[in-house]
Design a protein around this ligand. Structure first.
Ligand code: SF4
Ligand code: SF4
Ligand code: FES
Length: 928
C-alpha cells in the first residue's frame, strides 16, 4: 500500500496501480478516454492530466498523465489545479474539433462517455469555425452500426478488437489527424465479440444496430439485473425494455464472471422475446388424433385453460413431467413437485444426461477446483480437449485468450513493468504466450494463439488426454499404440502443465463424448496428485441451466418417452422444451401419440407446442424471475424486466412456475393461493443440500434501501403517464412486484452509494455510460462493493475423495470403408434453441453444410458445394459439401442446432453415429 496526497487529502491506495486507477477507485473524478480498466493504459488521449508535485514544498509541480503515472508512496498530486484543469479543457476541445456535435441524433446520446467527460471537463463553447474532417461510414453487418465522424481517436476499439479479443478485420488506417477505424473494406465484423465495441468506444462511432431498429434513449428504458440464457457461461446482462419489447442488452458487471464483456450471441440474440408469433394466450388445440395438424385453435382465459388442463390431466392414469435445461431451477422444481420426483424427467437425452452427471461428479471429486471466468484469465497453461470454445462458450474463450496473453504481463513484471502499462507489456511480450494446447476435430479461431493444435476424431482426442494424465502421473492408466508424434506432443503438454502454477484443463459436451470428459477428469486428477494446488478443471455444458437441472436430478428424456410408449404414463406436462430439438422426430411422434393429455408451457411456438392439447404461454427471461446455475457452479438470479400485461392487457403470459403452481391447485381442487418467488426459492433450497446456499444468493423481496424498493427505471424515465393512453386515458397504478425488491417504476432507490449486488443499470451522477460501473466497484475493475451477484454451489473439488482414475480408454479411431463417423459441431450463431429465432442472429448463421475431409471428398468425386446426401437411420439430409483439410479422414461434420428446424435432432446427440454418404442430388430427403 502507499499513501498519496490528493488536493490536500491523504489516501491509502494500492502501490501497484497507476494514479488514474487509484483516484477513480477512491471515488475521485478524473476524465479519461483511452484508458480502460480491462485494457490498461497507453497514454494516447492526454485527457487524464493531473498536476504532480515533487514533495509537500513543491508549489510548481508538473503535468502528468495520471493513467501513465505509477502510484508512489508520499506522492502529492492535484486534480483541481488550474493548469491541469485548463489543460484537460484544451484537450477535449481539440478532440472535439472534428466531432459533428450531433448528440440529438446520435444513438450514444444519454449513455455517452464523451458527453460525460465533456461536461466534467467544462468544455461548453465551440470556437472552431472551419470545415471539419469527414469520413465515409461502413456497413459492418447486422450487429454494429458505424458513424466514423464521431471518432476522437482514442484507439480503444482496435485495442479491444485486436489485442484483447484477437480480431483481425478491424484496424486503424491513415495517419496524423486523419485516422480511420474500420474494416479495410465494408463487410460484417468477424469477431464473436464485436458488440463490445458499442461499450468500449467512448462515443457514438460504434452503436448497437439491433437497438437502432427500435431505438430508445437509455433513460427511457426499464431494466432488471438478468442472466444471459444463451449458453452455460452465466454472463450477467442488463436488458432494457420499452413498450413491451426488449430494445437492447448491455453488459452487467460481475467481477467474478464476465466483467466488462459479452459475446455477440448473448448481446444480440434477444429477438425471440419480441417475436410477434409468440403465444400470448392459452391455446386449446382441436385435432382428431395426435400427430394430425390442429384443425382449430381456441384462445382461452386463464381459469378456463387451467380447468381444461386439469380435466385432461385428471383423465390420465399416470402423469409425468418433462423439464428443461433452458428453464429456471424454480420452474423445474415446481414441475417436479407437480408430478412427483419419480415422474420427473429432466428433458435431456440419456447420453447427454449421463455426461452431465459425470461432469458433476468430476467437479466434486476430481481433486481440483472449478475456476471462475476471471480466475481463468490468470491461468498459465491451458489444455482444451474437444471444445471449440468460441462456438460453445464464447465468453470462456475470451478468458482463455487473456490467460495466454498473461505471459506478457509476467515478462513485464520481471522487468518492473506494471500490468496496466499495456503498450509496454505488449512490446515486451511480442509473440510470447502462456502455453495453450487445443485438440479438436476441426480448425478453430483460437488456433492462432495455440502453442500446438491436434486435429483428431473424438476417441483420439480422448486418448491424447488419457496419455497426458499418464505422463503426469504414471499410476494413471497408460494408452497403448500412440505414434511417436503423439507421444512427443503428450510429453510437451505434460511438461507445460507441470511447469505451470495454475494449469487449466477444459473439456465438455461439444463432441458428445464421455471418453473426452473422462480423459479431462484423469488429467485433473493427475494434476491434483502432483500437488498442483492452483490447477483447475472447467467442464462446458450446453445450455444455460444444464448444471442446475443436473443438480436437481431427474430421469432422461428417453425414459419419459419410454413411459409413454409402454403405456406406463399417458398424461404429460412439458416445460419450455422442444423435444424435437433433442431426439429424432419419429421417436418423439411415436411417444407423444400415446399421450391422452399433453400440456405444453413455453414462450415459443415450437414443434412440441404444435403437438399440445393445451398450450400455456410462459414468460421469457425478460418476463420472469428465476435462478440458473452456470458452468462454474454459480447460482445466479435473473429478475423480471417488465410486466407484459401492463401495456398489453390482452396477454395472459405468466412465469412457468406460476402456471405450474396454479395447475397443481386446480388439479387438487385446492383454493388458489398466491405463490411468492421467495417461497419457491426456499423450497428449492430445501430440495437438496447442494441448493442450501441459495438463501444467500439474492436479496429477498423485502430488501429495501432507505426504506425504498429499487427502481427499474432511471429517474429521468419519461412518458410513463402516456404509455397506455391509446388504451385508457386514466393511467393505472404501475404493476406491483411482490416477488423482488424492484419496482416497475422510476420510484425507488437508483443510486450507487449504498452497496447492492443486483444493479439493473449502471448510472451515477455525471456518469451515464457503462463507465458508471466504476462507481459500484470496491476498486476499479475489482468486485461490486456489496459482493458480486450469485453464489457458488461448487468450486473446490472435495479433497477427501480419493476417486480412482478412469480406465475406459477407447480404441484408436479407424477409418472404415463406406462409413463415416458423424459429429455435430457447436455453432455460436444458431446453435441454441432460442437465439436462433432472432433475426440478427439468423443473418449471421452460416448456411448448413456437410464438412468432410478433402481426400474423402476426392475419393467420392465430391467438389465444394456439390450436394451430398447423409443417411442415418430413416433420415436422409442433402446439403452442400464443405471441404475441410483439417477434419480427419473418416469424419463428417454437421452444424449443431442450425439443422434442427429442418431435420430435428442429429444422431450425434445420441452418441456416435456412423453414417453413409453419397453424391445423390436432392432426392426427397430433407434439404437445406
Ligand atoms: S472509433 Fe471510438 S473507440 Fe475507436 S478510436 Fe474512435 S472514439 Fe476511440
Ligand atoms: S458467452 Fe454465453 S452467457 Fe455469455 S453472453 Fe455469450 S451466450 Fe451469453
Ligand atoms: S486516459 Fe490517460 S492519456 Fe488517455
Amino acid at each position: 500500500m502507499a499513501t498519496i496526497h490528493v488536493d490536500g487529502n491523504d489516501y491509502e491506495v494500492e502501490d501497484s496501480d497507476n494514479l488514474l486507477h487509484a483516484c477513480l477507485s477512491l471515488g475521485l473524478d478524473i476524465p479519461y478516454f483511452c484508458w480502460h480498466p480491462a485494457m490498461g493504459s497507453v497514454g494516447a488521449c492526454r485527457q487524464c492530466a493531473v498536476k504532480q508535485y515533487k514533495d509537500a514544498d513543491d508549489t510548481r509541480g508538473m503535468l502528468v498523465m495520471s493513467c501513465m503515472a505509477p502510484v508512489k508512496d508520499d506522492a502529492y498530486i492535484s486534480i483541481d489545479d488550474d493548469e491541469a484543469k485548463a489543460f484537460r479543457e484544451t484537450v477535449i476541445e481539440w478532440l472535439m474539433v472534428n466531432h459533428p456535435h450531433d448528440c440529438p441524433v446520435c444513438e450514444e446520446g444519454g449513455h455517452c462517455h464523451l458527453q460525460d467527460m465533456t461536461v466534467m471537463t467544462g468544455h461548453d463553447r465551440r470556437r472552431y469555425r472551419f470545415k471539419k474532417r469527414t469520413h465515409r461510414n461502413q456497413y459492418l453487418g447486422p450487429f454494429v452500426a458505424h458513424e466514423m465522424n464521431r471518432c476522437i481517436t482514442c484507439y480503444r476499439c482496435v485495442r479491444f478488437y485486436q489485442d484483447y479479443a484477437g480480431g483481425e478485420d478491424l484496424g486503424a488506417f491513415g495517419a496524423h489527424d486523419n485516422v480511420y477505424f474500420g474494416r479495410y473494406e465494408e463487410g460484417t465484423l468477424e469477431s464473436e465479440f464485436s458488440g463490445n465495441l458499442t461499450e468500449v468506444c467512448p462515443t457514438g462511432v460504434f452503436t448497437d444496430q439491433t437497438h437502432s431498429d427500435h431505438y430508445t434513449r437509455k433513460w427511457d428504458l426499464q431494466f432488471a439485473p438478468s442472466i444471459c440464457h444463451q449458453c452455460a457461461s452465466g454472463c450477467n446482462i442488463s436488458p432494457g425494455e420499452r413498450y413491451g419489447d426488449i430494445r437492447r442488452i448491455e453488459n452487467r458487471y460481475n467481477g467474478d464472471v464476465n466483467r466488462y464483456f459479452l459475446c455477440d450471441r448473448g448481446r444480440f440474440g434477444y429477438g425471440y422475446v419480441n417475436r410477434k408469433d409468440r403465444p400470448t394466450r392459452p391455446e386449446l388445440f382441436q385435432r382428431s388424433q395426435r400427430g394430425d395438424a390442429a384443425q382449430g385453435v381456441t384462445l382461452m382465459e386463464i381459469d378456463e385453460a387451467l380447468d381444461r388442463a386439469a380435466d385432461a390431466l385428471r383423465g390420465a392414469k399416470r402423469l409425468i413431467g418433462i423439464g428443461s435445461p433452458r428453464a429456471s431451477l424454480e420452474s423445474n422444481h415446481r414441475l417436479r413437485e407437480l408430478v412427483g420426483a419419480e415422474c420427473f424427467s429432466t428433458g435431456i437425452e440419456a447420453g447427454e444426461l449421463e455426461r452431465l452427471q459425470r461432469m458433476q461428479a468430476l467437479n466434486r471429486d476430481s481433486g481440483v477446483a472449478t475456476p471462475s471466468l476471471r480466475e481463468i484469465e490468470a491461468c498459465d497453461a491451458v489444455l482444451v480437449l474437444g471444445e471449440d470454445l468460441l462456438q460453445s462458450a464464447a465468453r470462456l474463450a475470451l478468458s482463455v485468450r487473456q490467460a495466454v496473453r498473461g505471459k506478457g504481463v509476467e515478462l513485464g513484471a520481471e522487468r518492473g513493468i506494471p500490468e496496466w502499462n499495456a503498450e509496454a507489456v505488449k512490446t515486451i511480450a511480442q509473440d510470447a504466450a502462456h502455453p495453450l494446447f487445443l485438440a479438436t476435430p476441426e480448425a478453430t479461431k483460437l488456433d492462432a494463439i495455440a502453442t500446438r493444435t491436434r486435429r483428431a476424431a473424438p476417441d483420439d482426442i480422448a486418448r491424447l488426454g488419457f496419455a497426458v494424465a499418464h505422463a503426469l502421473d504414471p499410476t494413471a492408466p497408460a494408452v497403448e499404440g500412440l505414434d511417436d508424434a503423439t507421444q512427443a506432443l503428450v510429453g510437451e503438454i505434460a511438461d507445460a502443465l507441470l511447469a505451470a502454477e495454475r494449469p487449466l484443463v477444459i473439456a465438455g459436451e461439444a463432441l458428445a463424448s464421455l471418453a473426452v470428459i473422462e480423459a479431462a477428469g484423469n488429467v485433473a486428477r493427475a494434476l491434483a496428485r502432483r500437488q498442483k494446488a492452483g490447477a483447475g478443471l472447467t467442464l462446458v455444458r450446453r445450455e444455460a441451466n444444464s448444471v442446475g437441472l443436473g443438480l436437481l436430478g431427474g430421469e432422461s428424456l428417453d425414459w419419459a418417452l419410454a413411459q409413454l410408449e409402454q403405456g406406463d404414463a399417458d398424461g404429460v406436462v412439458i416445460l419450455e422444451n422442444d423435444l424435437y430439438a433433442r431426439l429424432p422426430a419419429a421417436r418423439i411422434d411415436a411417444a407423444l401419440s400415446r399421450a391422452s393429455a399433453l400440456v405444453v408451457i413455453d414462450h415459443q411456438r415450437t414443434a412440441t407446442w404444435e403437438q399440445a392439447d393445451i398450450g400455456l404461454p410462459a414468460g421469457t427471461f425478460a418476463e420472469s424471475d428465476g435462478t440458473l446455475v452456470s458452468l462454474e457452479g454459480r447460482a445466479q438470479r435473473f429478475y423480471q424486466v417488465f410486466d407484459p400485461s401492463y401495456l398489453r392487457p390482452d396477454t395472459r403470459i405468466r412465469e412457468s412456475w406460476r402456471w405450474l403452481h396454479a395447475l397443481q391447485a386446480t388439479l387438487e381442487r385446492q383454493p388458489m393461493t398466491t405463490v411468492l418467488f421467495d417461497d419457491l426459492t426456499e423450497a428449492v433450497a430445501g430440495a437438496a443440500a447442494v441448493f442450501a446456499p441459495l438463501h444467500h444468493a439474492m436479496p429477498e423481496a423485502q430488501f429495501r434501501i432507505h426504506g425504498l424498493k429499487l427502481a427499474r427505471e432511471p429517474h429521468r424515465y419519461s412518458g410513463r403517464t402516456a404509455m397506455r393512453a391509446n388504451l385508457d386515458v386514466n393511467e393505472p397504478r404501475a404493476p406491483v412486484d411482490l416477488d423482488t425488491p424492484f419496482a416497475f417504476s422510476m420510484e425507488g432507490y437508483a443510486g450507487y452509494r449504498e452497496p447492492r449486488r443486483e444493479v439493473p443499470f449502471a448510472w451515477a451522477p455525471g456518469w451515464n455510460s457503462p463507465q458508471a460501473w466504476n462507481k459500484f466497484q470496491d476498486e476499479i475493475g475489482g468486485h461490486l462493493r456489496a459482493g458480486d451477484p450469485g453464489i457458488r454451489l461448487f468450486r473446490d473439488a472435495d479433497a477427501t475423495v480419493e476417486a480412482s482414475y478412469c480406465d475406459a480408454i477407447p480404441e484408436a479411431f479407424a477409418v472404415r470403408d463406406g462409413e463415416w463417423q458423424m459429429i455435430a459441431l457447436p455453432q455460436l450463431f444458431g446453435g441454441d434453441e432460442t437465439s436462433r429465432r432472432a433475426e440478427p442472429i439468423q443473418a449471421r448463421m452460416a448456411p448448413p453444410a456437410v464438412t468432410l475431409n478433402d481426400a474423402d471428398a476426392e475419393a467420392l468425386g465430391i467438389a465444394a458445394d456439390d450436394p451430398v446426401a447423409v443417411s442415418f437411420g430413416d433420415t436422409r439430409i442433402t446439403l452442400p459439401a464443405r471441404l475441410g483439410r483439417d477434419l480427419p479422414r473418416g469424419l463428417v461434420a454437421l452444424p449443431q442446432g442450425t439443422l434442427a428446424p429442418l431435420v430435428g435432432a442429429l444422431p450425434a446427440t445420441l452418441g456416435w453415429g456412423r453414417v453413409a454418404l453419397d453424391t445423390a442430388a436432392a432426392d426427397g430427403g430433407a434439404q437445406a
